[in-house]
Structure formats: structure tokens, C-alpha cells
Write a protein that binds this ligand. Structure first.
Ligand code: S3P
Length: 437
């Protein structure tokens, strides 16, 4: 799971988080804008596209399939090829570390006339793919993977997809989005039932591309598409990246920071609610809608936190923020309990184990359970932790270093570039004493 380009972070204790911070564009929204822009008719422009390794993997995949994509400064311009205009590639499509790319693209490619092979890095090659392959097969797709249910995935083109009604066995926006993308190419409507709400960026963005889905309670229906229409998308800053500074400001005395233009979609924002339940001082200013997504400036000031039992209903809506939340819990008074979060074991790393190991190495009493974590608030010692090539583990422990009693060294941090290019510079400017080598 370690990256081929090892990078080590060192964080010295002290400092506070202050000023105005603009974190990079939302990863989930950037992926979806690129995918829909590529298969739309006419031009799509994307302002604020995340230039991280994961979303660049999606961009390169479409370039490989002959889509014209241009970048000037902060603007991406895509010349859409239409629903059936993608071209076969003569080699496998490498999606690097990106789970979102591989799950969504499997759905999109299942409906094409040509064959495709999807591969990725050491971590991606271990992640579960049957959750998308099984329902796509029920739709009539022809897809194979390894016996372990992992990449490489071989997709045979030229299949006629039928719509199905599918109740998702896991709360996964990647699975839902995969089926909605395949549903564009089916002969009849596709219905996805999500028992628990997951991020709805695909549904919102399909409306922007003039192919709205219908939602009736927990049931989402997509009709076969004759065309999507290219549009202008303005991507908000990523709340999952902002989360590290929200926690850092909450635990470092005298902090007072404004995070600008952050997406606060109600299917993504539970981290704010969890932190507020713990006593964090967070206010939302200048709330507005941008390209169909709610955004705000988030102001965070230091405050003493208290441990809580995190409501299970909030878990899917804060799923990527738990590494950061665990660091907040380690600084809170008393115990924090998380349950209902077994999905954390199949992310870029087993995040329950990686966080338990790292927190323990830094002197915190943390115990991973099968589907969650129990953390006693305490004081971080200095020491060394391994991020296992997982971007969010690396950044969470960088935040911990600010309040430790001695420097913290974090190994294997190169993959921070998958979601947060420029993290070191933004963190330094915000007040973190961090170096990389
Ligand atoms: C994502 C969905 C979530 C999340 C991932 C991005 C998406 O994954 O963890 O970082 O963009 O749809 P799951 O669908 O596996 O929960």
C-alpha cells in the first residue's frame, strides 16, 4: 500500500491556525464534472477543478479515450464527444489510487461499444469491486475481476443494458453513481434504492447537464438518456480537505480561521455537526448556491472539546472525515465512540487500523472495534507514525503534531497529492510548523 515516491512530513508542536484559507476543489464533484462533460454534447468548462492525482487520473482516462481536454490556469475546457463518442484505448486505463474513478468508470464503460481494462496502484488493486460488478451484471453488463473481487477489471463492450431496481447493500455513493451512469445507457429506467442517504453530487450534476433524475424518498430513478448538454461548472472547495483545518483550529489555542467557499452539501457536511456536538466553535457565513451545490465560508475558533457517542446516522455523511475527527477526539475531554463505520476498513487503507496504530504510537488510548473506534481523550506525545500511503491518515497526523509534546514524523505521505495538492504550503501559511523531505 505504500507509494513508490516516499515522502516524510515532520511537524513541530505549537502554532495556531488563522487567516483566510482556500483549500482545493471538491474531489467528488470534480470527478463527476469531468465524466459528464466528456460524454455530453458540446463544451463544458470547469472552474476550480481539483488538480489532484485522483481527478487527474480521471482526466487522463478520458484523454486516452480521445476526448479533447484543455487546461488554462484555473479553467478546464472539455470538448464533449456525446454519449457514444468515446474511443477504445489500446492499453489498460490506470486509475492510480482513485476509488471514485474506478467505481464510476466501471458503470460508464459497461455501456460502451468497446472493451476496456481498468487497473490501479497497489492500494486500488486491493479494493472491493464486486459491489459494482454484481448489479452491473444484473443489468446485462459483461465484466470480470479477480477471484478476490479486485482489479484488474475487464469490461466487454457492446452489451445491451436493461434497467434494474436495486437496493444497495452498502451505503456507497460510488456504487449509486456507478449504477446511475450505467443507467444512462440502459434500455429502460434504472432505480437505485439507498436505505441511508449518501452524497448526491451525481444527481445534482445530472440536472446541470439537463438529464435530471427523480428522487422519491429513498428511491432514485434515472431514465435512459438520448443526450447530455455541456455546461459551466464551478466546483466549491472540498469539505473533506477543509476538515483538517477545522480540527486543527478547534484544538490549537487562540486559533481563528475562515475557510472560504467550502461545499456544505447536506449529504457531506456531518463532520461539522459532529464537531459542534463535541463543542467546536464553528459558524457558517455567506451561505449561497454555486452550480447547484450549497457553499459557505466556514469560521472556526479554538474551543475545549468533549467526547461524544457519534450518531450512526451521520456516519455515511462524514465518512471521509473520520481520520480528522479521531484527532479531535484524542484532544477532547472523556470518551468518543464511533460505531457503524465498517466501511472505513476498505478505504485507501484500513483506516480504523491505521488510525488506531498511529494514535497508540503517539500515546493516545485508542481501540479499534470491528465497525468503529473508541478513543479516550488525552495528550499527544511526539513520535513516528506511518500513513500507509493514505492521504487522509497523513494529514490527520500532521494536525496531531501541532498539539503534541514533541515533533511528530509521518511516513509515506506522497499520496496527499491525490486529494490535496499544495497541502504543505497552505498548512504552513495557516500556521502549522511542517516540513517535507
Ligand atoms: C465518494 C464516495 C465515498 C467516499 C469517497 C468519494 C464519491 O466512497 O469515501 O472518498 O465521490 O462518490 P464510498 O462510495 O465507497 O462510500
Amino acid at each position: 500500500m505504500s507509494s513508490s515516491n516516499p515522502l516524510t512530513y515532520r511537524v513541530s508542536p505549537g502554532g495556531k491556525i488563522s487567516g483566510h484559507i482556500k483549500v482545493p476543489g471538491d474531489k467528488s464533484i470534480s470527478h463527476r464534472a469531468m465524466m459528464l462533460g466528456a460524454i455530453a454534447e458540446g463544451e463544458t468548462t470547469i472552474q476550480g477543478f481539483l488538480l489532484g492525482e485522483d481527478t487527474l487520473a480521471t482526466l487522463r482516462a478520458f484523454q486516452q479515450m480521445d476526448v479533447d481536454i484543455e487546461q488554462t490556469d484555473d479553467l478546464i475546457r472539455i470538448e464533449g464527444v456525446g454519449l457514444n463518442g468515446l474511443k477504445a484505448t489500446n492499453k489498460p486505463i490506470d486509475l492510480g489510487n482513485s476509488g471514485t474513478s474506478v467505481r464510476l468508470m466501471t458503470g460508464l464503460l459497461a455501456g460502451q461499444a468497446f472493451d476496456s481494462i481498468l487497473i490501479g496502484d497497489e492500494s486500488l488493486m486491493k479494493r472491493p469491486m464486486r459491489r459494482v460488478i454484481d448489479p452491473l451484471t444484473a443489468m446485462g453488463a459483461s465484466i470480470t475481476c479477480t477471484d478476490a473481487g479486485t482489479l484488474p477489471v475487464n469490461i466487454k463492450g457492446g452489451q445491451h443494458l436493461q434497467g434494474i431496481e436495486y437496493t444497495m447493500p452498502v451505503a456507497s455513493a460510488q456504487l449509486k453513481s456507478c449504477l446511475l451512469l450505467a443507467g444512462l445507457y440502459a434500455n429502460d429506467p434504472t432505480m437505485v434504492i439507498e436505505k441511508v442517504l449518501t452524497r448526491d453530487h451525481t444527481e445534482r450534476m445530472l440536472s446541470a447537464f439537463m438529464h435530471p433524475v427523480q428522487r422519491d424518498g429513498h428511491r432514485i430513478t434515472i431514465n435512459p438518456a438520448s443526450q447530455l448538454i455541456g455546461t459551466e461548472i464551478n466546483v466549491p472547495a472540498d469539505i473533506s480537505s477543509a476538515a483538517f483545518f477545522i480540527v486543527a483550529a478547534s484544538i490549537c489555542p487562540d486559533s481563528d480561521v475562515i475557510l472560504r467557499n467550502v461545499g456544505i452539501n447536506p449529504t457531506r457536511h456531518a463532520m461539522l455537526e459532529i464537531m459542534q456536538m463535541m463543542g467546536a466553535n464553528i459558524t457558517l457565513e455567506n451561505k449561497r448556491i454555486q452550480s447547484g451545490e450549497p457553499v459557505a465560508d466556514i469560521r472556526v475558533k479554538y474551543s475545549q472539546l468533549t467526547g461524544i457517542a457519534i450518531p450512526e446516522s451521520l456516519v455515511p455523511i462524514a465518512i471521509d472525515e473520520f481520520p480528522a475527527v479521531f484527532v479531535a477526539a484524542a484532544c477532547a475531554k472523556g470518551e468518543t465512540q464511533l460505531t457503524g463505520a465498517a466501511e472505513l476498513r476498505v478505504k485507501e487503507s484500513d483506516r480504523l487500523k491505521a488510525m488506531e496504530d498511529g494514535l497508540t504510537a503517539l500515546g493516545i488510548d485508542a481501540n479499534a472495534i470491528e465497525d468503529g473506534m473508541i478513543i479516550q481523550g488525552g495528550k499527544f506525545n511526539g513520535g513516528e507514525v506511518n500513513s500507509l500511503g493514505d492521504h487522509r491518515i497523513a494529514m490527520a497526523f500532521a494536525v496531531a503534531g501541532m498539539v503534541a509534546s514533541a515533533p511528530v514524523t509521518i511516513l509515506d505521505c506522497a499520496n496527499v497529492a491525490t486529494s490535496f495538492p499544495g497541502f504543505i504550503n497552505i498548512a504552513k501559511r495557516a500556521g502549522m510548523n511542517i516540513t517535507d523531505e
